[in-house]
Write a protein of this length. Structure first.
Length: 385
């Protein structure tokens, strides 16, 4: 525990997730790093940083007691916060994460995804381990009360038959022209989809499967897996061994839809695992609405959870057919009124620093989620169906 009972925090990036979403009246609050930090009585925000002067000014009006800086390097020269929150665009995750690690805080909170690709993620991991700086990845659904309730209910649905995870949005699923920015949904929001499926599979995956992936850690932008038909698993480049723990590997892609510019607007990845015979990740980038849903079917029940809803079903004697069972909504389970996804994330950081519990979303789990997307991306680059 900190000596005075407080932990100091600095925010790198005062944009949407860093700050402005905290003023979205339709979202459950707190919905930004700033508001979540301010809501926790154990946190003192001492600094904010953004190279956009207007965003920095707006943030400073909300947190007037904090110091402001236009660069993280200037911030680290003057202050040494206990917690550094990195909430910049994906294209700058590697640069700012490495700078934060070098500053030597007690904890880094890194906004999802870990990085644009695995090579950058491995560089962050290598630096964090060398400096012994723990990193929490903000895959928010791991901290959400409704998703935790859904995971607990899985013990009631029997053996898992299949998992269907779907992401609908208007953002392109994959655009090769945007690999340097991460402005496509496979990375931007798909990281939540792959991570939460792994979250539900974690307890089922016993003993866990360890995949040894050999990757090159060369110059930024180098693609050590240039052949799209090569799996992430077992590829050997420069004998650099990286461990990626995930059972979702070697997907079969179906339903790939491209627009007139060759940009992927829909794709579905199918997996066969030893704990669930069918796992499906569907990415749609041509809908007029945003949707995020996980459906888990078991031999005795079903879990269906998405943005704004959480439903549990159990097999009971049917009212429709004699001598058969039907699914019936289980009303005995209390659905949380608030998910507390951001508050719980910050509290996990505090409890970790107090040595009360482990991080619930780690750099390793973030890399696991990214490895799934990396493999899909490489297949899409070579898929012209």
């Amino acid at each position: 525990m900190s000596l005075d009972g407080f932990y100091t925090a600095a925010l790198i990036g005062c944009g949407r997730i860093g700050f402005s979403l905290g003023h979205d009246e339709k979202r459950e609050q707190p919905a930004s790093h700033t508001m979540a930090l301010m809501d926790n009585p154990r946190i003192k925000i001492i600094a904010g940083c953004d190279n956009d002067s207007e965003k920095l000014k707006a943030w400073h009006e909300e947190v007037p007691c904090a110091q402001v800086f236009e660069s993280s390097s200037a911030l680290y020269q003057h202050l040494h916060p206990d917690i550094i929150v990195v909430a910049v665009n994906e294209a700058y995750h590697l640069e700012e994460a490495l700078a934060a690690i070098d500053a030597g805080p007690k904890l880094i909170i890194l906004e999802k995804p870990v990085a644009l690709n695995l090579e950058e993620a491995f560089k962050i991991k290598e630096a964090a381990e060398k400096k012994n700086v723990p990193v929490l990845i903000n895959h928010e659904r791991r901290f959400s009360e409704d998703y935790m309730a859904a995971k607990n209910y899985m013990a009631s649905i029997g053996q898992v038959i299949d998992i269907k995870a779907t992401l609908y949005s208007s953002m392109a699923v994959y655009d090769q022209e945007e690999e340097g920015s991460g402005a496509y949904s496979l990375i931007h929001d798909g990281t939540h989809l792959s991570d939460i499926v792994l979250y539900f599979l974690e307890d089922l995956n016993s003993p866990s499967t360890t995949i040894e992936t050999l990757m090159s850690l060369g110059k930024p932008g180098t693609d050590s897996l240039s052949n799209p038909n090569d799996s992430l698993v077992g590829k050997e480049v420069k004998q650099k061994k990286i461990i990626v723990n995930t059972i979702l590997k070697r997907p079969v892609l179906t339903g790939v839809v491209r627009d007139e510019n060759g940009v992927v607007r829909q794709a579905c990845a199918h997996y066969v695992t030893h704990v669930c015979p069918e796992v499906e990740l569907l990415f749609v980038g041509r809908s007029k609405y945003f949707g995020f849903e996980i459906e888990i079917n078991g031999t005795e029940g079903r879990v269906c959870i998405g943005n704004g809803y959480c439903k549990f079903y159990h097999a009971e004697e049917s009212d429709l057919y004699s001598d058969l069972y039907s699914l019936r909504k289980d009303t005995s389970v209390k659905i949380p009124e608030k998910t507390r996804y951001f508050s719980n994330m910050i509290q996990n950081a505090i409890d970790f620093l107090d040595e009360k519990e482990c991080l619930k979303s780690t750099l390793q789990t973030g890399i696991n989620a990214l490895a799934i997307l990396e493999e899909i991306r490489k297949l899409l680059k070579g898929c012209f169906c």
